[in-house]
Structures are given as structure tokens and as C-alpha cells.
Design a protein around this ligand. Structure first.
Ligand code: GLN
Length: 244
């Protein structure tokens, strides 16, 4: 392809708690290995980028305080984001970013951070944090592993990303993890997410290429190391699934 695939990394200076930057490195490298030119644009706090030039958007996780700061900026681009998402813009939102896709995130003290309302999704902080290794089974992407650390309990009526095999997931109760809506993926899984889950990384690249109007046939890559990394997490003692 002649034009580079353009990835927008929203607010890495605020939402950078859980190695979310690693997701960018993986996307970039997996494109480069296939000769696909990539351009990553980190968007600093307070700025509202022009989404018309983006083929893939990443929104990471952060503390409650950082989340409040980005929420305000994000709300200012709500209609642009909504239009782009409805048109098929691929968007990966992790943890705090995932929560902001919904109507609100209610803190433990009752204050509400108003979200983007792009998804029919609500999050309320519990009194304990849901922390630890997590494994899920996703109908589309197979096994996905990683780490989670959140106070928020999220509930929604969309398609989940997968079923919790071990760990907590959306709320520690219903056994679901993450969300899928059009080309949006929201998840609590970080650590970062993509290095140990190459099928998901390639899905994002494929949908971004399609959105860019480019050929999206991806040459397979030897993923032995990635699969070994995933296996290592699975063989570690994972916490039991909290399902009801
Ligand atoms: N502040 C949110 C929570 O604890 C998100 C945290 C995060 O992004 N890890 O639920």
C-alpha cells in the first residue's frame, strides 16, 4: 500500500498505566514485518485530533483522576467519534478507556464521570479492586490472556469479547469480559493486551486496512514466541473464574 496505515494513540501522557503503549509497538511491528507502512500519532492531553485521517484508534487505561481529565476532552469529540465508529472505525479501548465508551463511570464516592455514550454500557466502582491474571475464551479470537486491575464493574447489553475462564472480567459476577460493537473492542485486559494475543492484533490490523480501503489479506507470521508467551500465562496458577 502506498498510504501509511494511520494509528491514533489517544492521550498516552495520561492513559499509560498498564503498558498500553506495548499495544502500539505490536501493531507497528506486525505491520512492518508485512511491509505495511504505519504512522502512529500520539495525541497529547487536551487535543482533539481530526478523526478523518485515522484508520485505527487506541484508548488506554488510567487512574480515576486521569480518566476524569480525558473524559472532558473526549466528550468534546463525541459526535465525531460516534460518526466514525458507526462508519466502521476500528477502536481498541482498554480498562479506563473501555469504561469511557459507556454512559458513565461512577466512583466509589458516588461522583459520576460522564462517558461518551457510544455504547450502552455502565460502570460502577466496587469497594474492592478486581486484580490478577485473566484468561477468556472469545468466539472470534480464541483464548485471550492478560492482566486486569480495576475497581469498576461494567455491565452492558452488547456482544461481549469473551467468556471468563479465569479471573474477573467485566464485573466479577456474570462471567463475561469486554465488549464488541461494530469495529470497537473494549476490554479490561492489559499488561499489555496484544503481544500475547496475536490473533486480536491481526484482527485490528485487518479491520484498519479495510477501513482505509486497502487490501486486507495479511500474510501469516510465525507466532511461536507469542503462543509460548500465552501458554506460559495459561500454565501459571490463574485465579478461579468468579462466575455465578
Ligand atoms: N479507574 C478505573 C477503575 O479502577 C480504571 C482503571 C484502569 O484503567 N485500570 O475501574
Amino acid at each position: 500500500m502506498a498510504r501509511p496505515l494511520r494509528i491514533l494513540h489517544l492521550y498516552p501522557d495520561l492513559l499509560n498505566l498498564y503498558a498500553d503503549r506495548g499495544n502500539i509497538l505490536v501493531l507497528r511491528r506486525r505491520c512492518e514485518w508485512r511491509g505495511i507502512p504505519v504512522e502512529v500519532q500520539p495525541v497529547p492531553r487536551g487535543e482533539r485530533p481530526d478523526l478523518a485521517h485515522a484508520h485505527l484508534v487506541l484508548l488506554g487505561g488510567g487512574s480515576d483522576r486521569e480518566q476524569m481529565l480525558v473524559a472532558e476532552t473526549l466528550r468534546g469529540m463525541r459526535e465525531d467519534l460516534r460518526a466514525a465508529v458507526e462508519a466502521g472505525l476500528p477502536l481498541l479501548a482498554v480498562c479506563g478507556g473501555y469504561q469511557l465508551l459507556g454512559h458513565f463511570y461512577e466512583l466509589a464516592d458516588g461522583r459520576r464521570v460522564e462517558g461518551l455514550g457510544l455504547l450502552d454500557l455502565e460502570t460502577t466502582a466496587g469497594r474492592t479492586r478486581l486484580i490478577g491474571n485473566i484468561a477468556i475464551e472469545s468466539p472470534a479470537f480464541g483464548t485471550i490472556v492478560g492482566f486486569e486491575n480495576h475497581a469498576g464493574r461494567t455491565r452492558h447489553r452488547h456482544e461481549p469479547l469473551g467468556r471468563v475462564l479465569a479471573g474477573h472480567g467485566n464485573n466479577g459476577e456474570d462471567g463475561w469480559e469486554g465488549v464488541r460493537y461494530r469495529n470497537v473492542i473494549g476490554t479490561y485486559i492489559h499488561g499489555p493486551l496484544l503481544p500475547k494475543n496475536p490473533a486480536l492484533a491481526d484482527h485490528l490490523i485487518r479491520t484498519a486496512l479495510e477501513y482505509a480501503g486497502e487490501p486486507a489479506d495479511l500474510a501469516p507470521l510465525p507466532d511461536d514466541l507469542e503462543q509460548a508467551a500465552q501458554q506460559a500465562v495459561l500454565e501459571r496458577r490463574l485465579p478461579a473464574a468468579r462466575t455465578r
